[in-house]
Design a protein around this ligand. Structure first.
Ligand code: ZN
Length: 54
């Protein structure tokens, strides 16, 4: 069964959930730090940037 499963979100499939409002209307931005284990996302719903660890 293929499809959207909110319990198995990964860093590579689909948008990240916004930790502030829960929206998936987010964009992934280029990492600004030296660490490759985290990525920067931006929520278009509440206009808040957030980090996501992978
Ligand atoms: Zn948001």
């Amino acid at each position: 069964m293929r499809g959207f499963d909110p319990s198995t979100t990964t860093s590579e499939d689909g948008p990240a959930d916004c930790p502030y409002c829960g929206s998936t209307e987010t964009e992934r931005e280029h990492p600004k730090g030296p660490g490759l284990c985290r990525s920067i996302h931006f929520c278009r719903s509440c206009e808040q940037p957030f980090e996501r660890f992978e």
